[in-house]
Structures are given as structure tokens and as C-alpha cells.
Design a protein around this ligand. Structure first.
Ligand code: TYR
Length: 454
């Protein structure tokens, strides 16, 4: 495989870390982590998750980024460079960002709608127990409009290139996201009753350890670290040969973890105050926690509600946009490496695929709502989320660790890592990739698919 001379490169290690962290920090941190932590006993979930991120998570990050850097290719080319018969693993992996991007942008559109509504509407409008949300997502005009606006923002950044677009956008959005999150978490902590929520959220209760908790934490880790979807392979392929990989992945995992914990510090105590217990918080997962419960919590905060509401949805918007950018960049580089097309032509193709798929998936809330692929009340969005996150991601991750651990031998990654970093934990890494990861991935796959059909 010839390496393209025009291939983009990060400005340096820190821009790589920033952009990979910006990819990782997304809706997963904002609505999935706090909900799982509330559901699985607070502190004990955080502790388990922390251990998983710094063992399994950073090992997978290291594998993917080193794989990308070694081959200088996005995920299809990376596998193909070891033999044509392995191309299919890359093809499967590359299906993931193409499936996720359209519906991720739909949810990004929901976030944008709420951000704008905290400026144009009264906060009471959004705190009406779910009507506002349902009316919006079912709408045949504004839900499409906000989806397209969100897509346009993400495409614009990617069209400006890796250095001129992605790095610059992340450099602005990530610090603002952090400042807003810290400010909201501190503000929430000043409310009477918040301390109970914070104590629940941060104190580990070891009696609450369970297999479900472990599976929940494992699945969350894959989702949150943008693993097994070609993103980290692509981002690694833009990394200079002398940059330290082991330190970089530790920073990326740590940054993503820190933002997840912070998101919980905003959301869990706030919802605790409003609902009185962790069980009530845990009962509200995903979209309803973010788009129905939180607006009611903000509303109860009185005159500050519009400011808090806007700041919150602005930070979620940044988190979603920076992740969407990485998903789109992965699609663009997959097409460009795979077909040998220019970046421009690959981007136009991605726009076309993502817009058409986004429109179809969004029709699942109105014109096509009779299609309920996962049973009564389910939507096209639920279906694509299930296929990408619950089926394809564990399968791709499993194939990747078997490929590197058993077919190719871990030394190919170890050599790449050692080019630029000392790798003291080489043995532990090898054990994780060869033995621990395959077992855990089979567990996740069985649990996810079983939960759907069991
Ligand atoms: N890791 C990012 C997040 O937490 C990006 C991501 C996007 C993850 C889509 C999973 C996914 O299905 O949001």
C-alpha cells in the first residue's frame, strides 16, 4: 500500500490529545455516564469505570492509535496493508461511523434546538413534562432544520481540514465546555440538598458491585472512548512518528474520564434535588433525562434558569459537535484512503450519505414512524444505535484484538509504540489484548444482544 504524501498531520502531540479527547467527550459522557452512575450505586460505578479506563480502555486506545500510525492509513487500509483477506475487518469497522454519524447529528440537532430555545423561549416551555420534546422530535420541519444546521456546522469544520478546522475548533470548544461544566457543577453544589446527591455519587458502596454494573461500565467505556469505530485509527494515522503514544493515550483516557465525572457532578446532584433519590434519577435514562428531567430541574432554580439552561445545552452542543466532527473525519478519510479520492471529493460523498441517511432516520419520528424495528415504540434511530453500538462495535473490537493478539502478534504494535515512547507495561498490555479483552468483549456482546432479544 503506498502512503499518500498529502496525508494530514496533527500540529503536535497536544493537538492530537486534544482532538482525540474532543472526539471521546460527547453525548456518552453527558447523558449516558451520569445515568449509569446513578443506576449502579454512584461511587462504586465510578471506581469500577476508572479502573477499566486505565487498564482495558487505554490499552485499546494504544492499540488503535498505534495501528493507525504504523500503517499511515484509516481503518480499511490499515487492515488491508496486512493482506487482502483482512480487509473485511476494516470494512466492518468503517461501517460504524457511517451508521452513527447521521443519527448522532439528529441528536445534535435536538441539543441545538434546546440551546436556542433557552434564548428565545421561557424555560417553563421546556419544562412541561415532555410535550415540548416530543412535539419537536416528531415535527416535520424544525427537527429536520436543526439536524441540517448541526450537520452543516460539523461539515464546515471538517472541510477546513485537520489543522485549519478540527484543531482550531477543538481548541475553542473544549476549554469553553470545561469552564461551563465546572461552573454549573459548582453552582448546583450550593443548593440545599445537593450534598446528599454528591455523597451518593462519589462514595463507593462495595456491596453494590454486580455483574450488571461491570457490563454497564465496560460498554460505556467503548462508547465513550470512541473505540472500535475507526476514529482512533484515523487520528493515530495523522500522528507524527516521534510523538509519545503511551503518554498520549493516558491523557486521552484521563480527560474523557474527568469530563464524565464532572458531567455526573452537574447532573446527579441536580436531579437528586429535584427528585429526591438516586432511583428516581436512574429511572430517567438517555434522552428523557437530558431533554425532559433536566429542563424541569433548571426551571426549579428560578430566575437563573435561562442562563443555566443555555450554558448546559451549549456545553452539550460543543461535546456533541466535536464528536460529530471526528465521526465525519473518520468517514472522509475512509473514503479517501479506500477509493484514492481527494479529500474534497470524499467530503462531498460523506455529506451526501450522511444527509440522506439522516433524513431517512429522522423520518422515523414522523412519516416513517410505523417502522418499529426493535419492537413496539422503537424508532429507526434506536435501531441504528443498537446495530452500531451493541452489535458492530463489540464484534469489530473482538476481531481487532484477535487480529493483533493472535494472527499478527502484538509485537507489531509494541514496536510502533517503542519508536517514540518507553513501554514499561508492555507485558501487561499484551496480556490484556490477548486474553482479557477477547473474554470481556464476548461478555459485552452476549449481554447487549441478549438484553435486546432475551
Ligand atoms: N465518544 C463519543 C461520545 O461519547 C462519540 C460517540 C459517538 C460514541 C457515537 C458512540 C457513538 O455511538 O459521544
Amino acid at each position: 500500500m503506498t502512503q499518500k504524501t498529502e496525508r494530514a498531520l496533527w500540529s503536535g502531540k497536544w493537538m492530537f490529545i486534544l482532538s482525540a479527547a474532543a472526539s471521546a467527550v460527547g453525548l456518552g459522557n453527558m447523558w449516558r455516564f451520569p445515568y449509569l452512575a446513578a443506576k449502579y450505586g454512584g461511587g462504586i460505578f465510578i471506581l469500577t469505570y476508572l479502573v477499566l479506563v486505565f487498564t482495558f480502555g487505554v490499552s485499546m486506545l494504544l492499540l488503535e492509535t498505534a495501528f493507525g500510525r504504523k500503517t499511515g492509513q484509516s481503518v480499511i487500509g490499515a487492515f488491508r496493508s496486512f493482506g487482502k483477506k483482512y480487509t473485511f475487518i476494516g470494512v466492518l469497522a468503517s461501517a460504524v461511523p457511517f451508521i452513527i454519524t447521521p443519527y448522532y447529528c439528529i441528536i445534535g440537532g435536538w441539543v441545538a434546538k434546546y440551546m436556542v430555545s433557552y434564548v428565545t423561549n421561557s424555560p417553563a416551555d421546556m419544562a412541561d413534562g415532555g410535550n415540548f420534546f416530543v412535539n419537536f422530535i416528531d415535527s416535520t420541519d424544525s427537527s429536520f432544520l436543526f439536524m441540517l444546521l448541526f450537520m452543516a456546522a460539523a461539515f464546515l469544520v471538517v472541510s477546513l481540514g485537520v489543522k485549519g478546522g478540527i484543531e482550531k475548533a477543538n481548541l475553542v470548544m473544549m476549554p469553553l465546555l470545561l469552564v461551563a461544566a465546572v461552573a454549573i457543577a459548582v453552582y448546583v453544589a450550593t443548593f440545599p440538598g445537593a450534598l446528599g446527591g454528591i455523597a451518593y455519587y462519589l462514595t463507593p458502596d462495595f456491596s453494590k458491585m454486580s455483574p450488571e454494573l461491570l457490563i454497564g461500565a465496560l460498554g460505556q467505556m467503548f462508547y465513550s472512548l470512541s473505540l472500535a469505530m475507526g476514529i482512533m485509527v484515523t487520528y493515530g494515522s495523522y500522528l507524527g512518528k516521534k510523538e509519545n503514544l503511551t503518554k498520549s493515550v493516558a491523557w486521552i483516557g484521563g480527560a474523557d474520564l474527568a469530563v464524565s465525572i464532572l458531567a455526573g457532578l452537574m447532573i446527579v446532584p441536580a436531579a437528586f434535588i429535584a427528585m429526591g433519590s438516586a432511583d428516581a434519577v436512574a429511572a430517567k435514562s438517555g434522552p428523557s433525562l437530558m431533554f425532559i428531567t433536566l429542563p424541569s430541574v433548571f426551571q426549579q432554580m428560578g430566575g437563573i434558569a435561562p442562563v443555566i439552561g443555555f450554558a448546559f445545552f451549549l456545553l452539550v452542543f460543543f461535546a456533541a459537535l466535536t464528536s460529530a466532527i471526528s465521526l465525519i473525519e473518520a468517514c472522509v478519510s475512509i473514503i479517501s484512503d479506500g477509493a484514492g479520492w481527494s479529500r474534497r471529493r470524499s467530503l462531498i460523498t460523506t455529506v451526501f450519505v450522511v444527509v440522506v441517511a439522516g433524513i431517512i432516520i429522522n423520518l422515523g419520528y414522523n412519516g416513517l414512524s410505523f417502522i418499529q424495528p426493535l419492537g413496539e415504540g422503537s424508532t429507526l434511530l434506536d435501531f441504528f444505535d443498537f446495530i452500531s453500538n451493541s452489535v458492530l462495535m463489540p464484534i469489530v473490537a473482538l476481531m481487532t484484538v484477535i487480529f493483533i493478539g493472535w494472527i499478527m502478534k502484538p509485537s507489531i504494535i509494541i514496536e510502533e509504540v517503542k519508536q517514540s515512547s518507553d513501554f514499561k507495561l508492555e507485558k501487561a498490555w499484551t496480556v490484556i489484548i490477548k486474553y482479557v479483552a477477547p473474554v470481556l468483549l464476548v461478555v459485552i456482546l452476549v449481554a447487549y444482544v441478549g438484553a435486546q432479544f432475551g
